[in-house]
Design a protein around this ligand. Structure first.
Ligand code: EPZ
Length: 422
């Protein structure tokens, strides 16, 4: 298994290109199942999760052709379904596989999708997806670990109220409702930029959706959707991760292609901590050339609040900021696995329920570390960049799910970082 070796202490300077968002690319790819025409997606990131989604779609008989800029553009054509089963092996690897449920059900009237199991960051059930699809008239049973969903006479519009904000649930329901008969309303819908991206793509395919970007979506079902060409939104979490990298190393970095308006909560927290964040022609500039970092308090919330996918990374900044900080995780119940690993690097962090109290230390020291999910793993890379000495991050495959050419992008800005194959 590959490892990443870092010698910390170098301030990052230069420009980092930001790719398309993983969490937008996955639902957008699933949306190809809604039409017999070609959906052409550009600005796709080259990530393990994107390959896994492509494999899943190929299992359903989707024709996949890369066009132009090697693999960044995929033409996806779901002419007719060969199968409608998402097998355990792929769903186990990637929970976002469950996003095929809504489109399969809407277009083919049936879907068989392995029920995702537990996850390192929380129980992450899909009960809200299933309950809402049942409200659209789907008949849903769980059999031998599989969700068996049927709607032989098609789905029917309904008024759905989500009791908690769910990104995947909103995406699945959007994709189901666009082909349902009549009108659907989704109340307390997720407003994440990736949900907005999906809604815009569906509109480009011929869907009728109102309220995009708000927490109430109104969808008028249409008989069929057509093809479209769509560019994936830049990855605000990748950009945010490199913003923290610049901050913790005392660097000055331009995040080329990043969009500040998608990252206002993070930018606000960074500025409070003493980091300068500004919009440039090419993207966003993040710098901390002078002065120490200051402790801050942050709570994760659905968009436009502070994203849970940036919680682990921001904790690294808190670990070396002056004074005490508190971070409260409200989205997932078990997303502090990076805490003991950061502790091994000298961080002073105490977890009390859903909050972590972080007392800043003068310096982190390199160590051997590993983590059990994507964002926790990248937080250890950030800690390694800021730490004194050598850090080895194990289980790099987590990073490959969500960060394209991580070590190359960091090395180009002066980081001493390399991948050790093994
Ligand atoms: C998406 O996961 C993202 N994944 C996650 O990114 C992200 O952390 C999360 O949204 C929150 O922003 C993708 O987009 C592929 P949710 P999702 O449904 O859709 C509970 C990363 O690192 N819930 O919004 O699975 C759930 O347990 C990943 O890139 C139910 O109880 O998240 C959680 O506590 C990790 N029942 C909360 O809602 C349901 O049926 C929010 O989950 C659905 C969700």
């Amino acid at each position: 298994m590959d490892k990443i070796r870092i010698i910390g202490g170098n301030p990052l300077t230069g420009s980092i290109p930001i790719g398309g968002a993983k969490n937008a690319a996955l639902p957008l790819m699933a949306a190809c199942l809604l039409t017999a025409d070609t959906l052409s997606l550009s600005n796709l990131p080259r990530l393990a999760d994107v390959s896994t989604m492509a494999r899943l779609l190929a299992d359903f008989g989707v024709e996949i052709a890369s066009a132009g800029d090697a693999e960044r553009v995929l033409n996806l054509t779901a002419g007719s379904a060969n199968g409608t089963t998402a097998a355990y092996d792929l769903v186990r690897k990637m929970r976002a596989s469950v996003l095929v449920l809504g489109p399969l059900l809407a277009r083919y009237g049936r879907a068989r999708v392995s029920l995702p199991g537990g996850c390192a960051i929380g129980t992450r059930p899909v009960d809200l997806h299933l309950r809402a699809l049942a409200e659209l008239g789907a008949d849903i049973e769980i059999d031998k670990g599989y969700i068996e969903a049927r709607a032989p006479n098609g789905l029917k519009g309904a008024d759905i109220v989500f009791p908690v904000v769910t990104v995947g649930g909103t995406e699945n329901l959007l994709m189901a409702a666009v082909l349902a008969e009549g009108e659907t309303s989704l109340t307390n819908a997720a407003r994440e930029p990736e949900v907005v991206d999906l809604a815009h793509c569906l509109v480009a395919m011929g869907a009728e959706i109102e309220g995009i970007g708000s927490d109430t979506l109104r969808i008028k079902g249409v008989a069929a959707l057509g093809g479209a060409a769509y560019d994936v939104v830049p990855d605000r979490i990748e950009a945010g991760t490199y913003a923290v990298a610049a901050a913790v190393t005392g660097g000055d970095v331009e995040l080329a292609g990043a969009r500040l308006e998608l990252m206002m909560a993070l930018a606000g927290s960074l500025e409070k901590a003493g980091v300068s964040v500004s919009e440039t022609k090419a993207g966003i500039r993040v710098s901390r050339n002078t002065g120490p970092l200051q402790g801050i308090d942050v709570m994760t919330e659905p968009f436009p609040g502070f994203p849970t996918d940036m919680q682990a990374q921001l904790m690294v900044l808190m670990a070396i900021a002056a004074g005490a900080s508190m971070i409260t995780e409200t989205i997932f119940e078990n997303r502090f696995m990076h805490v003991p690993e950061l502790g091994r690097m000298g961080a002073d962090i105490n977890v009390h329920g859903s909050s972590a109290i972080v007392r800043g230390v003068a310096e982190l020291t390199g160590a051997q570390v590993m983590a059990t999910d994507l964002r926790a793993s990248v937080s250890l890379v950030l800690a390694g960049l800021a730490a004194k000495g050598e850090t080895i991050v194990n289980r790099v495959y987590h990073l490959d799910r969500g960060y394209e050419r991580l070590e190359e992008k960091l090395a180009a800005c002066g980081a001493v970082i390399e991948r050790l194959s093994g």
